[in-house]
Design a protein around this ligand. Sequence first.
Ligand SMILES: Nc1nc2c(ncn2[C@@H]2O[C@H](COP(=O)(O)OP(=O)(O)OP(=O)(O)O)[C@@H](O)[C@H]2O)c(=O)[nH]1
Ligand SMILES: [Mg+2]
Length: 256
Amino acid sequence: MKSGFIGIVGRPNVGKSTLINSIIGKKIAITSNKPQTTRNIIQGIYNEDKYQMVFVDTPGIHKPNDKLGKNLNDQAYFSINDTDIIMLVVDAYDGLYKDLYDFDEIIPVSSYTKDNIRDLIDTLKKYLPDNIRYYGENDITNKSIDFLISEIVREKVFNLTEEEVPYSITCVTESVEIGKTSYNIRVAIIVDRDSLKKIIIGSHGNMIKEIGTSARIDIEKLMGKSVYLDLFVKTVKKWREKEKYLNEYGFNDYKS
Ligand SMILES: Nc1nc2c(ncn2[C@@H]2O[C@H](COP(=O)(O)OP(=O)(O)OP(=O)(O)O)[C@@H](O)[C@H]2O)c(=O)[nH]1
Ligand SMILES: [Mg+2]
């Protein structure tokens, strides 16, 4: 048995979360074509008979302009200190930074076509330092179902809205109830000012309907059962600056 923790780091929007999903073979981290999508440290657990690799997705390192931004960088740096192997992800279009550092390995991959993903996994096996199983062999992430649900909703907002809107919201799963044939799930979309409520709801409720429909499809895949999804929008002024909300929404979990 060999095991270890592998930190996935890099600039925003280079494909870190897409890579972790491709390695694990399931969508555990949300992705978008906008920077700063990932806001939490998310572990993806890859299992084989004799191997367990814990991949740690991190927020992209960037120049912060609010408390949340600073916190995202802190999480990324924290997880670098806490892993056995560091995998720096760069966009191949930016060129391979071979002279940047004396890397042990450089492996070109595509998360879309899965080119070289197998090679990447096999190469990493050489560097695993531990010999215990950290998680059950059927576990794929350390995050709760509630967290994964709220992230799916946030992904839809990220992909369906523009400019500052994706950055001004967060999502919280308020309840998950098991009914006879389906789950009843309530998720709050938190905005930092009332004017954004209108944008999230959209004219005649079109936007929130679209967010809800696409989120429900992904949540049903995750839960394996039909889902009734109830979304509502709530204003919490300046939640990105308030320690209380950053704690409540899980952005300070890495400190404990
Ligand atoms: N063509 C191509 N695009 C990719 C690949 N991997 C990721 N992308 C795209 O790159 C964009 C960013 O992907 P993410 O996985 O969200 O990037 P990230 O590094 O996690 O971004 P942050 O969480 O914001 O730091 C998305 O539009 C992806 O679809 C790949 O292998 N090939
Ligand atoms: Mg990401």
